[in-house]
Design a protein around this ligand. Structure first.
Ligand code: ADP
Ligand code: ADP
Ligand code: MG
Length: 612
């Protein structure tokens, strides 16, 4: 068994690998860029090596620096994780040439599966059904258009070197083909340095079903059943599960046998995934499931397989890389229950899924239910340099519904701020009737995603609870005494005015601000502040008391001209002073404020009449 391991990655997958290595008594070495100096994987490793500036192409993608780091720390082996250099055959070869152990398949297997066209040709030869289409060398646009017509629209143009859901264009008819081809080729050249494309029949009612395979250096290859990754946004996985809903044993056996054949065809060693596309218009049928591509690495969603099989796939990777045979045979492997994973992203669904970066002032994920794989911690910073996935939440249950409910509960219990996450979006996706029914195709989010992405709003009860923590006991008592029936006060919720119903006794130590955390979303609630633009003044010039309080200064007199922004009076409330300002140029037409007076919320303190 190897005694030390360098992890050539970052984030949750680096932490995931460190966890198993530690359990196996293997010394771990982390590498990190400038942006990751304080990252969780750096904290958790036994030794760390700085490998350069923040951009990945100057650090995590520089093979020579990583090999040098392994040499310098005496690490015996290198685990590439996923992404970055994991499917780079040259890097795998360089690692071995440096006398190190590569935790992954042979470079020749990576190469054979590296380009989608060559991989499909190889698979067709091995008797694995492949997605119908054109995968030849001729890239002449007119010829490709003919091929598309022959395949029959809709078709999917795919960059042969593509990955991560990029470099794909669905084309619905001949009229759009030329433009789609040109733009796909441009994106492919820019993203992958290879403009070559293939054309596939676009499968209708598509479901993404993939099979986990594992090989060792003794010629054994097993499968660890399938995963369903059909809930996707723009060809990228959002929620994954295992097993696949609606998969019967006979279909599973045929599919998994095809996956093992595929792995054998490339003499596969280590963890790999064979991705298939299924036409699910008539349920899952073996004759309507086709090979799409192979990912020659550990997959992001590997935990759902671990949860249903009880196998630690990273442990298997390290054993196989050390020359051991697979710990279990095919007959030893069974499916226990159901598992579901959600990818938690630092992004704002309500703003077009824009990545959200910045400090994680609040980062709380459930620790009492389910499994959480994360690469960040409270106080860390989400940088703009890398993938915005900050955690994976994984639930395991007796059946699909149990796993779904637990995952939903886990997401509800997540609280991250001020960085935005897709937690509320994920909860809504889990609740979608088609998802609940296990009838998900890859187009679900495209069709119904808008409602899932809408900005969540806190409940009145959650707002009241938070608001009460900001209301001093004394003030609240007086307020209730003097104004029976008036039970709401204005606050700022993420900068926008909300009126919150108040009840109960208030608190001895009022908080200056509160976080309202509910259903995976977090908002900041602060007392209504008049300074800084938000203003307590209605457009008609009425200056209302934003909260119950005491007037401590009046800066103007009735009839006096005032300029926009000029301070009118100062109110003390919730242990803070608040200035009320003129909303526009005008004169003080009415003034009902005297220093020392107690005022109620929404009391009319002054009225400004616009000048001219
Ligand atoms: P999966 O999510 O099924 O494991 P993906 O193809 O989505 O597989 O890729 C997993 C990781 O690898 C992601 O971090 C993704 O961004 C990255 N990745 C995959 N292929 C590429 C590529 N060609 N270029 C850049 N990143 C890639
Ligand atoms: P990548 O390397 O980017 O992961 P894939 O070939 O695995 O590319 O395809 C990514 C996703 O695109 C699939 O999971 C599926 O949702 C969709 N897709 C791919 N091929 C087809 C097809 N022929 N018909 C319909 N959808 C497809
Ligand atoms: Mg894929």
């Amino acid at each position: 068994m190897i005694a030390s391991l360098l992890i050539a990655n970052r984030g949750e997958i680096a932490c995931r690998i460190i966890r198993t290595a530690r359990e196996m008594g293997i010394r771990t070495v982390a590498v990190y860029s400038d942006a990751d100096a304080k990252a969780l994987h750096v904290r958790e490793a036994d030794e760390v090596v700085h490998i350069g500036p923040s951009p990945a192409r100057e650090s995590y993608l520089v093979g020579a620096k990583i090999i040098a780091a392994a040499k310098a720390t005496g690490a015996e082996a290198i685990h590439p994780g996923y992404g970055f250099l994991s499917e780079n055959a040259e890097f795998a070869q360089a690692v071995m040439d440096a006398g190190l152990v590569w935790v992954g398949p042979k470079p020749s297997s990576i190469t054979a599966m590296g380009l989608k066209d060559a991989a499909k040709a190889l698979m067709a030869d091995a008797g694995v059904p492949v997605t119908p289409g054109y995968m030849g060398a001729n890239q002449d646009p007119a010829f490709l258009a003919e091929q598309a017509a022959e395949i029959g629209y809709p078709v999917l143009i795919k960059a042969v070197a593509g990955g991560g859901g990029k470099g794909m264009r669905k084309v619905d008819g001949a009229a759009d083909f030329a433009d789609a081809l040109a733009s796909c080729q441009r994106e492919a050249a820019a993203s992958f340095g290879n403009a070559h494309v293939l054309i596939e029949k676009y499968i209708l009612t598509p479901r993404h079903i993939e099979v986990q395979v594992f090989g060792d250096t003794h010629g054994n290859i097993v499968h660890l059943f399938e995963r369903d990754c059909s809930l996707q946004r723009r060809h990228q996985k959002v929620i994954e599960e295992a097993p696949a809903p609606g998969m019967d044993d006979a279909t599973r056996q045929q599919l998994c046998a095809a996956a093992v054949r595929a792995a054998k065809a490339v003499d596969y060693v280590g963890a790999g995934t064979i991705e298939f596309i299924a036409d699910a218009s008539d349920g899952l049928r073996a004759d309507r499931i086709w090979f799409m591509e192979m990912n020659t690495r550990l997959q992001v969603e590997h935990p759902v397989t671990e949860e249903i099989t009880g196998v630690d796939l990273v442990e298997w990777q390290l054993r196989v890389a050390s020359g051991e045979p697979l710990p279990l045979t095919q007959d030893d492997l069974t499916i226990e229950g159901w598992a579901m994973e959600a990818r938690l992203y630092a992004e704002d669904p309500a703003k077009g899924f824009l990545p959200s970066t910045g400090p994680l002032e609040l980062f709380q994920l459930p620790d009492h239910i389910g499994r959480v794989d994360t690469g960040v911690h409270e106080g860390a910073e989400v940088s703009p340099f890398y993938d915005p996935m900050i955690a994976k939440l994984i639930a395991h249950g007796e059946d699909r519904e149990a796993a779904r409910e637990t995952l939903s509960e886990m997401l509800e219990d997540s609280a991250v701020w001020p960085v935005r996450t897709n937690a509320a979006f994920l909860i809504r996706a889990l609740d979608h009737p088609d998802f609940v029914a296990g009838a998900v195709d890859t187009g679900l989010i495209g069709r119904d995603g808008e409602a899932m992405a809408a900005a969540p709003e806190p409940s009145a009860a959650a707002l009241t609870n938070a608001a009460m923590a900001m209301v001093p006991r004394s003030l609240q008592a007086g307020f209730r005494l003097n104004a029976p029936g008036v039970r709401s006060a204005p606050f700022l919720l993420d900068g926008k005015r909300v009126d919150v119903a108040l009840h109960g006794p208030g608190t001895d130590e009022p908080a200056p601000a509160m976080l309202v955390a509910e259903a995976g979303a977090v908002w900041q609630l602060t007392p209504w502040r008049v300074e800084g633009g938000a203003g307590g003044a209605a457009s008609d010039g009425a200056i209302l008391s934003p909260m119950p309080g005491k007037i401590i200064a009046v800066a103007v007199a009735a009839g006096e001209p005032v300029a926009k922004g000029q301070k009118l009076l100062t109110l003390e409330a919730m242990k803070m002073e608040h200035s009320l300002i003129a909303p526009f140029d005008g004169v003080v037409a009415e003034l009902n404020a005297t220093p020392g007076a107690q005022v109620q919320v929404e009391a009319l303190l002054a009225r400004i009449e616009a000048a001219g």
